[in-house]
Design a protein. Structure first.
Length: 367
C-alpha cells in the first residue's frame, strides 16, 4: 500500500508516534511518504520504502506570515498524484487535517479518491481547537475525514464535547519503542548523581505553564524533607529560568539538576526511582509511559488520559491537580524500601500493553 503521513517533525509526542508508525508500516512492505516542513527527528537514517517530501515556503512581501496550509495542501496533491497515495494519515487537526480535506476535494475533481485518517493527539483539541476562531475549521475537518482516531478515551470525550461532530472516533493509544525504552545498566551514572544512595526523582517537559513545574519542585521539597533525594529536570522552555531562580532562592540547587534537552532520555530514566508528571492536562501521557517502560513508577494528576496510563495504586498514584501534599505522601509510599521494587515491576508490566506490535494492527485495520 502507498501511504502518506503528515505530521509535525519536532520532538513532541505526535511527531514521534507518527514517525515510528510510518517506520513500522514500511518494514511490513508498505511505501510510506512523510510530508512536512522538515525531516522528522526520528527519521534519522536511510530506510527502505520510506520517503520524505519537504513542504517549501516562499516568503512573498504581500504576506505577513507564509501560508503554510496552502503550501501543504499543494504538496499533498502533488505527492498523491505522483506516488499514487491510497491513504493519507494526518496527525493533528490543525493545520494538517484541514489541508488534507482541501487536497481531497481538489483530487476528487480530477477523479482521484483519497482516504483520510485523522489522528487527534491532544492540544489540537483541548487547546488550539477550543479557540472559537478555529472551531468551524476543526469541525469541518473531522466531518470530512474518512476515519477519526484519538489517543485516549478522555480525548475522545473532549472532542465530542467541544465540537459538533457525531461520527465515530476510534481510540488507538500511543505506543513506544521497547528496544529503546528499557531499563539499562547505568549504575556508574546513578552513583555519580546519588553517591550516598539518595532516591532519584525525574521530570521531563517543555517547561510550559500547563506542565506545572512549580508543583514538581514542591513535591520534591516535601519528599526531600523526609528522605535523601535528588531531582533531575529534563527539557527546556519558557518557565525554566523562573524555576532555576526558585531553586537558588530555596538553596536546593545542589540537589536539583537541570539537564536541558536530552535525546537519550531512556538512559536517565534507567537510574530513576520515581517519575513526576503533575500536569494540568495530558491527553495521553507518553512521557509517563516511557518512564514505566524503564521500570519507573509514576506520580501524576488524574486529568485527561493520565489515569488510563498510570493506574492508581498499581503503577503509581494519581491525584487532583495541585494537590502536592497528597502527591508527596504518595511518593514517599512508593519510595519506601518495602514498596519500591513492587511498584517498579508493576509499572513495567503495565507498559508492555503499549508495544507497537499490539497497536499497529489497530491502525492497519482502519487503513
Amino acid at each position: 500500500m502507498n501511504i502518506g503521513i503528515v505530521c509535525y517533525p519536532t520532538y513532541g509526542g505526535s511527531g514521534v508516534v507518527a514517525t515510528e508508525l510510518g517506520k513500522a508500516l514500511a518494514i511490513k512492505g508498505n511505501n510510506v511518504h512523510f510530508i512536512s516542513y522538515d525531516q522528522p527527528v526520528r527519521l534519522d537514517a536511510f530506510a527502505q520504502n520510506i520517503y520524505y517530501h519537504e513542504v517549501s515556503l516562499n516568503n512573498y512581501p504581500l504576506f505577513k506570515y507564509a501560508p503554510y496550509e496552502i503550501a501543504l495542501t499543494s504538496k499533498i496533491v502533488d505527492i498523491v498524484k505522483a506516488h499514487k497515495i491510497e491513504v493519507l494519515h494526518v496527525h493533528y487537526a490543525i493545520p494538517h487535517a484541514a489541508a488534507a480535506v482541501t487536497a481531497k476535494h481538489i483530487l476528487a475533481r480530477e477523479g482521484i479518491y483519497l482516504k483520510i485518517i485523522t489522528t487527534l493527539h491532544g492540544t489540537d483539541i483541548t487547546l488550539v481547537g477550543k479557540d472559537k476562531s478555529y472551531e468551524p475549521v476543526v469541525t469541518y475537518s473531522l466531518q470530512e475525514s474518512d476515519v477519526v482516531t484519538a489517543v485516549s478515551e478522555s480525548l475522545k470525550k473532549d472532542t465530542y464535547s467541544f465540537f459538533n461532530y457525531s461520527g465515530e472516533i476510534h481510540v488507538v493509544p500511543n505506543f513506544i519503542d521497547f528496544e529503546r525504552f528499557n531499563k539499562q545498566p547505568k549504575d556508574h551514572f546513578k552513583k555519580g548523581i546519588a553517591p550516598n544512595g539518595e532516591k532519584i526523582l525525574v521530570h521531563t517537559s517543555n517547561f510550559r505553564k500547563v506542565k506545572r513545574v512549580p508543583d514538581v519542585l514542591d513535591i520534591y521539597r516535601k519528599v526531600a524533607s523526609k528522605i535523601p533525594a535528588k531531582l533531575l529536570l529534563i527539557g527546556d522552555g519558557p518557565e525554566r529560568a523562573s524555576i532555576e531562580e526558585e531553586c537558588r532562592n530555596c538553596d536546593i540547587c545542589s540537589d536539583v539538576i537541570f539537564l536541558g534537552k536530552q535525546e537519550a532520555v531512556e538512559e536517565i530514566l534507567s537510574v530513576a526511582d520515581l517519575f513526576l508528571i503533575p500536569s494540568e492536562t495530558e491527553s495521553f501521557g507518553l512521557a509517563a509511559l516511557e518512564a514505566m517502560a524503564c521500570e519507573v513508577p509514576v506520580i501524576s494528576t488524574n486529568t485527561g488520559g493520565l489515569p488510563e496510563v498510570n493506574i492508581d495504586g498499581v503503577t503509581g498514584f494519581t491525584s487532583d491537580i495541585g494537590d502536592t501534599v497528597k502527591m508527596a505522601a504518595d511518593a514517599l509510599t512508593i519510595l519506601h524500601d518495602d514498596n519500591l521494587a513492587l511498584f517498579k515491576a508493576r509499572a513495567k508490566e503495565h507498559s508492555l500493553k503499549y508495544k507497537l506490535k499490539n497497536i499497529l494492527p489497530l491502525y492497519e485495520a482502519l487503513y
